[in-house]
Design a protein around this ligand. Sequence first.
Ligand code: PLP
Length: 373
Amino acid sequence: MIYLDYAAHAPADPAVLERFCDMERRFPANPNSVHAAGKAAREEMARVTEQIAALTGASPAEVIFTSGATEANNLAIKGIAQASRHIGKHIISTPLEHSSVNGSLTALQERGWEIDLLSIGRDGTVDPEEVHELLRSDTVLVAICAVDSELGTIQPVNEIAALLADHPNCRLHVDATQAIGRIPVDFAGIDTLSFAPHKFGGICGSGVLLKRSRMPLEPQMNGGASTTLYRSGTPALSLAASSALALQLACDERENRCAVVQRHSEKLRRALAAYPAVHINSPEHAVPHILNLSIKNVKGTVFQRALSEKGVCISVKSACSADGLPSRAVFAVSRDRRNALSSWRISLSHLTTDAEIDEFLSVFDACYHELVK
Ligand code: PLP
C-alpha cells in the first residue's frame, strides 16, 4: 500500500507511542484526584502542559487539551461567539475552512449569528484589506486557517492579527492543524489557536486549543472538574504527554522534514504537469505537503477509487468532507465547478520514500490511461 494521505492522519512516531505506553504504566490515576497517585499524575500533567506552552509561545494556563482539532475548533468558535453575544453576532471567515469550522459557523448562523466569508484570490489567499472592509462594531470573531487542508495555501494570519489589534472586541481564531510542522507557528497576537498532534506523529484522539487567558469562552461540555475550566472530563495525561513529544519532534525536525517533502513535491509537480488533462490546483507557494490536482472530466471520487483499487490512498477534499459535492476550496481558486468536482489531494510526509513516489507515478499513469478518454 502507498499511503499519501498524511494530512488526514499521520502514523504515530515510535518514540511517541513508547511515551504513551510509559505514561500509562507510570501514572495509572486521574490527575483530578486528591490522593497521592492523583497528585503525581497532576504534577506530570503540569510538566507536559508547560512543554506545550513553551513550544507554542503560550503560557501553561492557556493550554486546553481536547480530543482533536474538530473539538478545539467547535470550542473556540462557539465558545467565543456565545461569550460575546452581548457585544454582537457578526463573524468573518473563509470558504477554505475545515468542516469543523464551517459546521460550527453554520450552527451559529442557524441560531442568529451573521457570517461573512472573505473572497479568495487566484493564489488561494485572502486579502487582509477585505477583513478591514468587513469589520463592524458588532464583529466578534475572525476564524481562519493558517494553512488550508485541501490546497495547502498559507494565509496572512500575522497581518490579520496586526489589523485586529485595533479592534479589542473582535477575537482571532486560527486553525493551525495543517500548519504545525510545516511552517513556524506562534500564538502571538492570536486569541485561540487549534491543532491536532495526530497530524504530525502524535496519537489519534489528541488535540489542543490555546486560549488567551482572561478571554471569555463558554465551555461546550458540562460537568466534571478538570485541570482547565473550559474542557471537562478526566485529563488524558498519556495523550497529552505524547502530544508534547510529537510537537517537540515536529518543531525540532521541521526544516529537515520539510526539505524531504519539498523534494518529493517538486518531482510530483513536474511529472504530473506533463499530463495534458491534469490541472494542479495547489498554488506554487503552498506548503509542499499538500498537492491538490484535478483531472479534466474525471470525478475526483472516480480517480480516487481507481487509485485505491491499486493500493494508493489519497483524499478527495479532506477525509472529513467526503460528501461527493464539489470542493469549496478548489472552486474558490479556480471558479470552475467541474474542476472542483474533479479535484483530489495527495498529502506527503517526511516518511514518504522515493520508491513510493515512483510507484505512485506508475499507478497514476495506469489509472490516467484507463480513465482519460
Ligand atoms: N482543521 C483542519 C485544517 C484539518 O485539516 C483537520 C483534519 O483534517 C481538522 C481541523 C480536524 O482535525 P481532527 O481530525 O483532529 O478533528
